[in-house]
Design a binder for this molecule. Structure first.
Ligand code: S3P
Length: 440
């Protein structure tokens, strides 16, 4: 993407069968667990976006082999506790997932590493991960809550029982990854089920990991000391990337698209449930299992939507989809109210504020509370704005979708940021017939 700006204009009749790139969460985990395994892991469908490549670089700096090969990626693992080459500085770019999961890995290895990131990542809270990891034995050079941080791992970690104070799969995963290196059982308890790819993949790689459920409350226990073995991992299509294409089809007249091979793990499908409640014509076809995760082809057509109340309890299953849901809600009839959005304040940007500002700039009637967003739909939205992305890929893509349905085009101020998660975005939008173009 050479230009720093992209602009989207009114479009109609999007059509095609497409695939979106691999799931970001699963891609990070495939490289990490492959590096902690003994033997070789082959990964097909890995998301080759900046966030995931930064995790690959970090693992390489710690001594794992992470290489592109013809049919995907080959990871040569070093075994649990074997990532002990002195890495110096590890740069995670824009990626909270990469930084936080790798803190759990470094915690259990005999290394010191300086964790750094870009301006956006350097503002995000790391205390939520450092608090449990320090209890386990991680050494933290500085007092602060933000990057850069100098972290020193230990070969003598203590297993803990940790109740998540915030619903975060990143925190859960960091503790479980550290727990893999500690003797005995490490347990994470969550009140709201967050994405469960770490526990699924740990089991797939042969770790001793168990989940017990009591209604929505889950306890995940990993027993340290068990060895992981290299595996072949197939990464399904990212539902959070598919969400933008789905939104595009919903807000442009005469559209009918199918996205093949999308992950439909129930901890990630709140967005689809919400769209159905709004009246969207959306269906999962050809449901199947691929590499231990459920996938489907998602078919969606332009639909007449009605505003609804999205309950707070659903937030963990669609946390990355709220910006684009807000855009969809702007085209629905009536009001959409989204509750339980506190975590949006600490994403790549303050996503609640960035979404509200973008909506307002485009002429949409909207308001936000501390952790809620209210959007009033309209059949004619002005557009004609350049939306500030605040180094946030999902804000960038959400407001390009907005421009497909507004009276005047919508531009974004930072197109390259999209490459952190979805480098193919503009190309795929063009493939289905959406008017997303470079502008200087
Ligand atoms: C992710 C977890 C979520 C999500 C992020 C990816 C993961 O963050 O927003 O994009 O891969 O574990 P939190 O765990 O902070 O909610």
């Amino acid at each position: 993407m050479s230009s720093t700006k992209l602009i989207a204009s009114k479009s109609q009749g999007l059509h095609g069968r497409i695939r979106v790139p691999g799931d970001k969460s699963i891609s990070h985990r495939a490289l990490i667990l492959g590096s902690l395994a003994t033997g070789t892991t082959h990964v097909s469908g890995l998301l080759e976006a900046e966030d995931v490549l930064a995790t690959g670089e970090a693992l390489r700096a710690l001594g794992a082999g992470v290489e592109r090969e013809d049919a995907g990626w080959r990871v040569s693992g070093r075994g649990v506790g074997g990532l002990n080459r002195a890495p110096g500085k590890l740069d995670f770019g824009n990626s909270g997932t990469g930084a936080r999961l790798m803190m759990g890995v470094v915690a259990g290895n005999d290394v010191t590493a300086v964790f750094t990131g870009d301006e956006s990542l350097s503002r995000r809270p790391m205390g939520r991960v450092l608090t449990p990891l320090k209890q386990m034995g991680l050494g933290v050079g500085e007092d602060g809550d933000t990057l850069p941080l100098t972290l020193t791992g230990s070969t003598d970690l203590v297993p803990i029982v940790y109740e998540l104070p915030v619903p975060s799969a990143q925190v859960k995963s960091a503790v479980l990854l550290a727990g893999l290196h500690a003797p005995g059982k490490t347990t994470v308890i969550e009140d709201a089920p967050t994405r469960d790819h770490t526990e699924r993949m740990l089991a797939f790689f042969g770790a001793d990991v168990h989940t017990s459920r009591e209604s929505n409350r889950r306890s995940i226990t990993v027993t340290g000391g068990s060895a992981l073995s290299g595996r072949d991992v197939v990464v399904p299509g990212d539902p959070s990337s598919a969400a933008f294409l789905i939104a595009a089809a919903l807000v442009t007249e005469g559209s009918d698209i199918t996205i093949e091979g999308v992950l439909i793990n129930p901890t990630r499908t709140g967005f689809y449930q919400t769209l159905k409640e709004m009246g969207a014509d959306i269906a999962f076809e050809n449901e199947r299992d691929e590499g231990g995760e459920p996938v489907a082809d998602v078919r969606v057509s332009s639909s007449k939507l009605t505003g609804i109340e999205v309950p707070a309890a659903r937030a963990p299953t669609m946390i990355d989809e709220y910006p684009v849901l807000a855009v969809i809600a702007a085209f629905a009839e009536g009001e959409t109210v989204m509750q339980g959005l506190g975590e949006l304040r600490v994403k790549e940007s303050d996503r609640l504020a960035s979404t509200l500002a973008g909506l307002t700039a485009c002429g949409v009637q909207a308001s936000a509370g501390e952790d809620s967003l209210r959007v009033t739909g309209s059949s004619a939205i002005a557009g004609g704005a350049t939306v500030a992305t605040h180094m946030d890929h999902r804000i960038a893509m959400a407001f390009l979708i907005m421009g497909l349905g507004t009276e005047e085009p919508v531009a974004i101020d930072n197109a390259p940021i999209i490459a952190t998660s979805f480098p193919e975005f503009a190309g795929l939008m063009g493939d289905v017939g959406a008017a997303v173009q470079e502008s200087t």
